[in-house]
Design a protein around this ligand. Structure first.
Ligand SMILES: *Cc1c(COP(=O)(O)O)cnc(C)c1O
Length: 364
């Protein structure tokens, strides 16, 4: 289906970032956003591109009280030939559908979702940064917007897409990789079986902030979450999936518990590693085994994977106040190679033999 969304251009262009090497993560937002609504009996309607401005919301809106919402995270890149492309957008469409199902919210047809992203990016294409390590971060989100305190799914929903020129999440100054310190969280949990861990929802993050704040007391950038039942098995790192290279095996948590966010970067890393002949296992891994491997020297690498983080190497784990080094504490060989390959495919400087990139157009 073809979509032709009306466009209202801003009369107040936003300040542009002066230095692309200091973008940080989602500190700047572009001039426009996409918006549409959903109502019972009508479905999604009134898709449009409008100035990125504060929106009006009823103080009794259910999202503000009960957090009925879902979000996605994607990036757009400009290739050396000037083409703007997305990375595996079909996977974001499917994941959003699963999240919406979990949150009792209406799903968005894939072609509508992609057309909406294309429409707003076309308007703000000149905001896409091109310096090493940068991209245009895309944040689509949906929320229930009915003034009601009854704990029931809303009858009215809003869908917005906002865009942010962004550097890497755990940025090094030169846009390259640097190894970070991570706090092993053995008190608070992120997700339990039967909960919303596999869904990309704000509530998972609101509940996790206390843990990230505590991690900073130990000079750590983020937390390594352990499973909710036993506080034993490694799950995720902050807003990213986690990989552990012990000996010649690379291990990541399996998805079957429903407590792990099924990262698109995670899936891509698994496929790339397999194509290189590396042994990858999706299996439970006890934190005690990770710490033992740190001590006996078989822990070669830990890295996080995510759209925001890309590939972020971990140099040190802090567990109950004690530091455990990951090999020499520097950027690991596989992490660097994965970063170069993945970011290379995403930005069009490495050939995409997987068929993962999706061209939007040139839009200059
Ligand atoms: C979004 C997210 C990830 C990473 O998913 P990608 O699709 O790779 O960006 C990992 N963990 C959590 C908790 C997330 O919200």
């Amino acid at each position: 289906m073809e979509y032709d969304f009306p466009i209202t251009r801003t009369t107040h262009p936003r300040p542009r970032p002066e230095d692309e090497s200091k973008l940080g993560f989602a500190r700047y937002f572009t001039d426009h956003m996409f918006a549409m609504e959903w109502d019972e009996g009508i479905g999604w309607h009134d898709g449009r591109v409008v100035p990125n401005e504060p929106i009006l919301i009823d103080p009794a809106s259910c999202v503000l009280h009960y957090a009925q919402m879902a979000f996605e995270g994607m990036k757009a890149y400009r290739t050396p030939s000037g083409e703007i492309q997305l990375f595996r957008p079909d996977m974001n469409v499917k994941r959003l559908a699963r999240t919406n199902e979990r949150m009792c919210m209406p799903s968005i047809p894939g072609d509508l979702y992609i057309a909406a992203i294309k429409a707003v990016i076309k308007e703000d294409a000149d905001w896409i940064p091109v310096s090493p390590g940068t991209a245009l971060y895309i944040r689509p989100f949906i929320f229930g917007d009915e003034p009601s305190f009854s704990v029931l799914p809303a009858k009215h929903y809003r869908f917005l897409i906002i865009l942010s020129p962004t550097g890497s999440y755990y940025a090094a100054n030169d846009g390259g990789l640097s190894a970070t310190r991570i706090y092993v969280q053995d008190e608070y949990i992120r997700a339990a079986r039967g909960g919303t861990g596999y869904a990309k929802v704000g509530g998972n993050y609101g509940g996790g902030m206390r843990a990230s704040k505590d991690a900073m007391l130990y000079d750590c950038k983020d937390v390594l979450w352990l499973d909710a039942a036993e506080h034993r098995f490694v799950e995720e790192i902050g807003t990213s999936n986690a990989f552990f290279r012990i000996g010649d095996e690379v291990i990541t948590a399996p998805l079957d518990s429903g407590t792990i966010l099924p990262g698109i970067t995670r899936d891509s890393v698994i496929q790339i590693l397999k194509s290189w002949g590396v042994k990858v296992s999706e299996r439970r891994l006890d934190i005690a085994d990770v710490l033992r491997a740190s001590v006996d020297g078989s822990l070669k690498e830990i890295f996080a994977s995510g759209t925001a983080a890309v590939i972020s190497p971990i140099g040190t784990l802090n567990y109950k106040g004690t530091d455990y080094g990951v090999a020499d504490g520097e950027v690991g060989e596989l992490a660097q190679k994965l970063y170069d390959t993945l970011y290379g495919i995403q930005t069009g400087s490495v050939e995409d033999s997987f068929g993962w990139t999706y061209k939007l157009g040139i839009f200059r």
